[in-house]
Design a protein. Structure first.
Ligand code: SF4
Ligand code: SF4
Length: 250
């Protein structure tokens, strides 16, 4: 059984996860793991692997039922369909680059946006599941302390940029994407090393006259490249002009 309990960022909860617990690693063996663009960036760099090779080896793809957007999940283990491919007897083998949902657990985060003001508000919940023993005798945390300890802020920032695109898509382009739009979204979000080639070898942004210093940074900085990719989607698919302003002054 599981319970979702709303919690504010100042509220406290008790939780500690460690290898002394009988449930250690069990949550990584009961998995249905979606990956955000920033999750993919971190894990493929952990493996020093180009994005297209990582996607082919470790992930599967389907289209979101309502948005038609490509959704990436970790590929099922050949022997155990629900086991994370990165779990080992000693714990998570990619711990420093584990996905946002693994960092956030036992919390879950939602975002709502006011139609009138456009301002987004975060909401948190604590997920209490019977199998998880981490709540017994756990350390006391506020939500804010947990976010800082788990290094979640950068994930939230990048994931919120993606949510903004999904919201734009739903407002401006309801229904399934055509093939070209889907490929643009997929490449700029998930297949970053190919996206970089499109910029520097195929010149897809040459007409935008972007700031040369920013473009130089994008050659080696994947986080900046993903930010550019998310802005490119907004510009290319929805006509948003922020890309020119932001990168000319960057
Ligand atoms: S305490 Fe919870 S999060 Fe930690 S290993 Fe056990 S089930 Fe997983
Ligand atoms: S990525 Fe790491 S923490 Fe997340 S489910 Fe896999 S093994 Fe567990």
């Amino acid at each position: 059984m599981s319970d979702f309990i709303p919690i504010t960022t100042k509220d406290t909860f008790n939780f500690s996860c460690n290898d002394d617990l009988a449930c250690f690693n069990q949550c990584c063996r009961d998995l249905n793991q979606f990956l955000t663009p920033y999750d993919i960036l971190r894990i493929k760099n952990n493996f020093h692997m180009p994005s297209d090779i990582f996607l082919g080896k470790y992930t599967s793809e389907h289209s979101g039922p309502e948005t038609g957007l490509p959704v990436i999940s970790l590929k099922a283990d050949a022997d155990d369909a629900l086991k994370c491919p990165f779990v080992t007897a000693a714990g998570c083998s990619i711990y420093k680059d584990r996905p946002s949902s693994c960092r956030m657990y036992p919390l879950a985060r939602g975002l709502s946006r006011s139609r009138e003001t456009g301002i987004s508000t975060e909401h948190y919940m604590i997920l209490k599941e019977d199998h998880c023993k981490g709540f017994r005798n756990g350390q006391t945390w506020t939500v804010e302390q947990w976010i800082a300890d788990q290094g979640i802020a950068v994930y939230n920032r990048m994931n919120d940029m993606l949510l903004e695109i999904i919201s734009m898509k739903n407002r401006l382009m309801p229904g399934p994407f055509d093939i070209k739009s889907k490929l643009t979204f997929h490449t700029a979000c998930y297949n970053l090393d190919v996206f970089r080639k499109h910029i520097f070898e195929n010149g897809i942004m040459d007409h935008l006259n972007l700031n040369p210093k920013t473009l130089e940074s994008v050659k080696t900085d994947d986080t900046l490249l993903l930010e550019l990719g998310l802005k490119w989607i907004k510009y290319n698919l929805f006509g948003d002009r922020e890309i020119s302003w932001n990168l000319k002054t960057g």
